[in-house]
Design a protein around this ligand. Sequence first.
Ligand code: G3P
Ligand code: MG
Length: 360
Amino acid sequence: LSSEFAANRRSPPRRHFGIAFDIDGVIFRSESPIGGSPQALKRLYDEESGALRIPYVFLTNGGGFRESIRASELSTLLGINVSPLQVLQGHTPFKNLVQRLENELVVAVGKGEPAAVLSEYGFKKVVSIDEYASCFPGIDPLAPYKNWEVKQVPKHNGVSEARTSTDNICSQRVQAVFVVSDSIDWSRDIQVLCDILRTGGLPGREIGHQPQLYFAHDDLAYQAAFPSERFGLGAFRIALESIFNRIHHDPLSYTCYGKPNPFVFKNAEAVLKQLVSSCPDSGLAPDNASTAVHNFERLYMVGDNPDVDIKGARQAGYPWFSILTRTGVFKGTGNHDKFPADLVVETVEEAVDYIIRKEC
Ligand code: G3P
Ligand code: MG
């Protein structure tokens, strides 16, 4: 604990700032903590009580698991107490589409438990692409050559519990596809998605309007364990779109969520406000909790990807302040040319140190 922060423990910090941390390339590479992230994050909690002292969220484009599961995984890996409210993933805003598609058949794509994610948001008829593809014998002619097993659909998948037979969903029209996280079988997923999208949601049958298509984000690449960047959901989107546009008269229509969209930063600000008012004992509550609308004077975005994290924070404008680390996608010296950050540091630990010195 730095001396000024230790001294500050006697009086609560001023309550005018919050922090959003990117995950991949800032907090972790794959599952390994980087840049002193566990120590850095511990400084945001009261040392004795463990209560949150400085409002922060994880603002990641990644995902594939429910926010509650991701929160407990982060808690374990980092040795802190992360609440599900603090986990904002690329797919988190999909919950805003429940009203429109609550009772429609929707297909969930991606690693992890994409169908469970959508079911938890309130979608009532969700099927994973694994289960959906299994309805159509021969839909993936390469399947016999694939030497891996497709995992069983988790029990909490809404459709598995609600429907009585697989035939039931095979014959229903798919109204929307959600690409929740990275596809783990591009060849099968591109084939099946083209089938769904070009036929109006009934593979092998009639031609109709393209079902809605949503991507959790559009990152071309991200930083994982390998030294150079890995292809992300944006690369998958380009592959799908290029093929679809060669086989269909109308171009692929889709919506991408995630950073750098301004609404993601607006939502992060709203959640940070909620965190302030939900921590009355931590010294973080607004001066008049019952009526005050807490306004931040500064919100920090700590990220590794100039095109996504820094561009997003710059577009979001006041009160966002961008901090670029050198632990992930950005590996340059100096600042980024196209999307320069307000501050460039080596690691997240250095970023947190800067913020605490400045604000507390
Ligand atoms: O798939 C995850 C990746 O594209 C970005 O994750 O945490 O750097 O926003 P993050
Ligand atoms: Mg990142």
